[in-house]
Design a protein around this ligand. Structure first.
Ligand code: PHE
Ligand code: NA
Length: 453
């Protein structure tokens, strides 16, 4: 077999996998999703989703990469000849995401700088939409916004540099620095947030269980959706990363560590975000429901407002928050970009350097579109389709192909068991062959139905 790159250490792999998993989904998607879907009661469907789909699928992807030692298209093609296209579909979804992830990181970098002088003023939404994104005024620079374009170019040069340096000297090294740093910085933010006045009320809102929601099918769909997105499964990433594992790495254990590591970070983020929101509700005298936001607006409108309200060291708090967003985003961007770098390299039999420059270069050029005045609208539209169709479909194709068409689970189970302490059994095949397809299928149906009504 060819001379394949490898991780230097198991910890290096785990940090890279967690670096991919821990991202914007943990910080700005999970807290509001939990709050809107039953609060404390959401943890039941969430844990269920983690154990019946998230970790089982992660084990499957790790095993596929480890056994077949290739990028997602090549590995899936080795599971069964006809499945290479599923890998390419996943690579395409990752490619598209990578083009707008860079833009969000560029915003976060600018906002970490703005934090110190609170450059966003009192009306943080108007600042974000108007002054920063220039959605209303015609830009001076051919529709492009230089304050976004410049950090964006720097980010891509940085990411391409890491990818060029390779698996061990690039990806692994970056994550070995980023992830521990992120953990420390984020812990500081969370501790500060929960010690702010009013934080208790926010936490109360977050954890208060709304038990009746548990019977609601859409809450379960939300839980599974959060798990799939948050664990980066169905994106070609985990197959690619595990293809660089040593022959003797405990796959099943790695999947449990990644899964619980990501969920712990998610819980931590929920506590930090809701503590801060509770503080904001109290200090501005608003109703709690009015301050809750998610996604882009949570980070770039509400968080700056929270910073404005802080009694002391507010600039530092804002800075740490946006730097955390930057680190979490960068480690995810590196991972999605590696999927097409590996895919192109193997398919066309070219050097790593060539595939980084072609694949990454193309993504970088396309991403410039998001640094234009209409960037946010474009980003929302693309993100909507990726979230509602790209991801669920990619996961559904993969699991149905492997479990049903190739009847490949038994083989994979034997492979995983041969290197792991925890032994997989019939429950694992049941989760993948039955539960996961049903859930992903109903997720698709629900999305299509929402489209029609
Ligand atoms: N798992 C990441 C998160 O939770 C999101 C992501 C998905 C990153 C796909 C890369 C690729 O934020
Ligand atoms: Na995540």
């Amino acid at each position: 077999m060819e001379n394949r790159s490898q991780w230097g250490t198991r910890l290096g792999f785990l940090l890279a996998a967690m670096g991919s998993a821990i991202g914007l989904g943990n910080i700005w998607r999970f807290p509001a999703t939990a709050y809107e879907n039953g609060g404390g009661a959401f943890f039941i469907p969430y844990l269920f989703a983690l154990l019946t789909a998230g970790i089982p699928l992660l084990i499957m992807e790790y095993t596929i990469g480890h056994k077949y030692r290739g990028s997602a298209p090549r590995s899936l093609g080795r599971v069964s000849k006809g499945f290479e296209w599923i890998g390419w579909w996943q690579v395409l979804v990752s490619f598209v995401i990578s083009t707008y992830y860079g833009a969000i990181i560029a915003w976060a970098i600018m906002y970490s700088y703005y934090s110190f002088g609170q450059a966003w003023g009192d009306d943080t939404t108007a600042f974000f939409m108007g002054d920063f994104l220039q959605m209303t005024d015609p830009g001076a620079f051919g529709g492009l916004v230089p304050t976004i374009l410049i950090p964006l170019v720097i980010i891509w040069l940085f990411v391409l540099g890491i990818l060029l340096a390779g698996v061990k000297k690039g990806i692994e090294l970056a994550n070995k620095i980023f992830i521990p740093l992120l953990a420390v910085l984020f812990l500081i933010i969370v501790i500060r947030a929960v010690t702010l006045p009013g934080a208790a009320q926010g936490l109360n809102e977050f954890f208060q269980p709304n038990w009746s929601e548990i019977m609601n099918g859409s809450v379960w769909v939300a839980a599974y959706g959060q798990i799939f997105f948050s664990l980066s499964i169905g994106f070609a990433i985990m197959i690619t990363y595990s293809s660089y594992l040593h022959k003797k790495s405990d796959i099943t254990n790695n999947a449990f560590i990644t899964g619980f590591g990501n969920s712990s970070f998610e819980l931590l983020a929920g506590i930090g975000v809701f503590g801060a929101l509770g503080f904001m509700a109290q200090s501005t005298g608003q109703e709690f429901t009015e301050v809750v936001q998610d996604g882009v607006m949570l980070a770039f409108s509400v968080f700056p407002q929270i910073v404005n309200e802080m009694p002391v060291m507010s600039g530092l708090f804002g800075f740490l928050f946006f730097i955390s967003l930057t680190l979490a985003g960068l480690s995810s961007l590196i991972s999605i970009s590696e999927t097409y770098v590996a895919g192109i390299q193997e398919k066309f039999n070219v050097s790593r350097t060539a595939s980084v420059l072609v694949g990454g270069g193309l993504a970088a050029v396309i991403s410039i579109a998001y640094a234009s005045q209409g960037g946010l609208v474009l980003l929302d539209t693309v993100d909507y389709f990726i979230n509602n169709y790209g991801i669920a479909l990619a996961g559904l194709f993969e699991v149905v192909a492997v479990a049903w068409f190739a009847r490949g689970l038994k083989d994979l189970q034997n492979h995983a068991n041969s290197v792991s302490d925890i032994q997989l059994g019939g429950w694992w095949r049941f989760c993948l062959g039955v539960i996961t397809p049903i859930v992903l299928g109903s997720m698709m149906l629900q999305n299509i139905r929402n489209e029609v009504v």
